[in-house]
Write a new protein. Structure first.
Length: 91
C-alpha cells in the first residue's frame, strides 16, 4: 500500500472563480429564502395580533366608550369597523 503524501494541490484559477461565484449565489438564495419566510411569519403574526387587539377591545370597551353614548352611535362605530375589516381582507 502506498502512503498518502500531503502534496499541495495545483491552483486552478478557473475552478476557484467558479467556486466563489457558486458560494455567492448560494448566499443570495439563502438571503432571499430567509426574507420570504420572515414575511410569511409576519403576515401570520399580524393576523394574530389583530385578533388579539379586537378581543382586548371587546373586553375593555368600557375604558374607551363613554357611558352616555347612545346605541345608534355604537352601531355606526361597528359599521365603520366592519367596513375597515372588509377592506383589510380584500387586500
Amino acid at each position: 500500500m502506498e502512503r498518502r503524501r500531503n502534496r499541495p494541490v495545483k491552483y486552478d484559477r478557473e475552478l476557484v472563480g467558479k467556486t466563489i461565484t457558486a458560494m455567492q449565489r448560494v448566499e443570495e438564495i439563502r438571503q432571499s429564502r430567509q426574507g420570504r419566510h420572515w414575511e410569511g411569519r409576519m403576515r401570520k403574526a399580524a393576523k394574530v395580533q389583530l385578533k388579539n387587539d379586537k378581543k382586548q377591545l371587546e373586553q375593555e370597551i368600557h375604558l374607551v366608550k363613554a357611558p352616555h353614548v347612545k346605541e345608534a352611535e355604537r352601531k355606526k362605530v361597528r359599521q365603520v369597523v366592519e367596513e375597515v375589516e372588509a377592506e383589510e381582507m380584500s387586500e
